[in-house]
Design a protein around this ligand. Sequence first.
Ligand code: SF4
Ligand code: SF4
Length: 288
Amino acid sequence: MRTPINKMIPLSVVDGPGCRTAVFVQGCNIACAYCHNPETQRLCNGCGVCVSQCPAGALSLSGKNVIWDEAACTQCDHCIRVCPNYSSPKVRWMEAAEVWTEIERNMPFIQGITVSGGECGLYPEFLTELFTLAGNAGLTCYLDSNGCVDFTQYPGLMAVTDKVMLDVKAWNFQVFHRLTGGDNSIVKKNLKYLAQTGKLYEVRLVCLEEASSCSGPPEDKEVDMEEVIAGVAKEVRPYLEEFRLKLIAFRNFGVRGRMETRKSPLPEQMEKLKELAAACGFKEIQII
Ligand code: SF4
Ligand code: SF4
């Protein structure tokens, strides 16, 4: 089964423990207002807008398909900036075995692989095949997920997955829906399932500046950070020592749309959230 791959980072130290190869799939099932890689959200629809704008002449159209000449490409990313569809013409459709062939070259330097996106959970068969190959070679296999695909439905994938890094973007349904267009009941189900099965590596929360929060009811906030921290702690209390909470300060790098001019939260605000998390019982809390 061919899967759209946005890019691969051969050696990454920010996508899980140790040095890992990170694979980014194309396509997402939600659309976060603060997404920092929006060009991974949609599949190319062949509109052709980017083709004539490539300064290197690396793009052409064949019917409704964009052809990307990787050798001619200078990686200026102008095509991504002009794409009106939150997509990229540089996506490669690859079999799991082909992805594995590229990863295998990094074997002397890596401890594992992480698949991110977009949303990796949209491609469970691809993941199962890739993780089986990587696991057999002695690598650990991590997923980086928005949690909006129900992992309980894919026991075969879970059997070959070591750990999951799970986004919990909001706790209140209305807040989550406004922020992402999605439904967080699946995220909460996954949170519990992954904690209970020992598969949760970290929970991640993107934090906005305080001014964009408000003193009103939680459902009126843009991101209900305090409610996420308290909600996760309550939901999986017996497992709080087994995973890390990562508090990510919003940065507008790469963001498009209503949040692209937003400021980052102040360090003092992040420290306050960390204190709240510690009071809620989290043991390992990281601010980035
Ligand atoms: S990144 Fe895109 S616009 Fe830039 S040279 Fe490559 S294909 Fe062309
Ligand atoms: S990558 Fe974007 S701009 Fe280029 S053809 Fe596809 S949808 Fe159109």
